[in-house]
Design a protein around this ligand. Structure first.
Ligand SMILES: NC(=O)c1ccc[n+]([C@@H]2O[C@H](COP(=O)([O-])OP(=O)(O)OC[C@H]3O[C@@H](n4cnc5c(N)ncnc54)[C@H](O)[C@@H]3O)[C@@H](O)[C@H]2O)c1
Length: 256
């Protein structure tokens, strides 16, 4: 098989939650460059429309849909709209996510619920509703944005709801991989470390950055563009025998 066809997504329909920004947007653009048509589903409709407009200019079809991943009614409406536009959904990337940094003893129930509802329940709901479409079409590929924080506790960070949610995403990935393998659906996760995106405004402060950089063998944060290629690998034929896996992209942070 020639290298281009291994990574080609021509004719595939990909839906990216959280696709208006950061890793989701970068992944949407890389998938479009590999030939996929793209649905951008995001709470930020204005950002989603802007992203879809940029992607259309790359020569593929693209639509924006408003979505709150934490709300089953919104997820169902979004899936109905996506299917009415594209007929199928071959690839789902669950990238919508938030982080709230508060010491555990002060974390409010509201903030705990927000992180768990968006990061964990949202990943489940989108996978469930789109999984039903994939089961009918006997084909599908789901990629969840977990985090290295689902496997280890970040030094000097007070993000207990986030780490709990991402640990949950990892086990959800494995559970769905096992349940849906018989439907020809692969389910994998990416576990990035520290990435320079809007979710991490503290990275602009060199004093705060220094102790964290000292914990990363590669001594730098990742560029946003360094995550999407791994998503493309998992979405493509290049990973055809991989399911239930968690691919760590952390510059070596979790090795220590
Ligand atoms: N940036 C990092 O360092 C890092 C590291 C590991 C994992 N991750 C994970 O990667 C994913 C993407 O992160 P990012 O850095 O690109 O963040 P980002 O803030 O750039 O993008 C997140 C997107 O999710 C959308 N969103 C938030 N709540 C939503 C909701 N309820 N419904 C629908 N959309 C919603 C936002 O509007 C935004 O467009 C997240 O799940 C995050 O936890 C990020």
């Amino acid at each position: 098989m020639i290298i281009q066809s291994l990574f080609c997504l021509k004719g595939e329909k990909a839906l990216i939650t959280g696709g208006a920004s950061g890793i989701g947007l970068s992944t949407a653009k890389l998938f479009a460059s590999a030939g996929a048509d793209i649905v951008i589903a995001d709470k930020n409709l204005k950002g989603a429309i802007k992203a879809a407009d940029e992607i259309k200019k790359m020569g593929v079809k693209s639509y924006a849909v408003e979505l709150d991943v934490a709300d089953a009614v919104s997820v169902e409406a979004m899936v109905n709209k996506a299917v009415s536009e594209f007929d199928t959904i071959d690839i789902l990337v669950n990238s919508a996510g938030i982080n709230i940094r508060v010491p555990a003893e002060n974390l409010s129930e509201k903030d705990w619920d927000a992180v768990i509802d968006i990061n964990l329940k949202g990943t489940f709901l989108c996978s469930q509703y789109i999984g039903r479409v994939m089961i009918k079409q006997k084909k599908g590929n789901i990629i969840n944005l977990a985090s290295m924080s689902g496997m280890i506790v970040n030094k000097d960070r007070t993000i207990s709801a986030y780490t709990s949610s991402k640990g949950g995403v990892i086990m959800l990935t494995k559970s769905l991989a096992v349940e849906w393998a018989k439907h020809n659906i692969r389910v994998n996760a990416l576990a990035p470390g520290y990435i320079i995106t809007p979710i991490n405004p503290w990275m602009n402060d060199p004093v705060i950055c220094k102790p964290t950089l000292d914990l990363i063998p590669m001594q730098r944060f990742a560029e946003i563009s360094e995550i999407a290629p791994s998503a493309l690998f998992l979405a493509s034929k290049a990973s055809s025998y991989i399911t239930g896996s968690v691919l760590t992209i952390d510059g070596g942070y979790t090795v220590f």
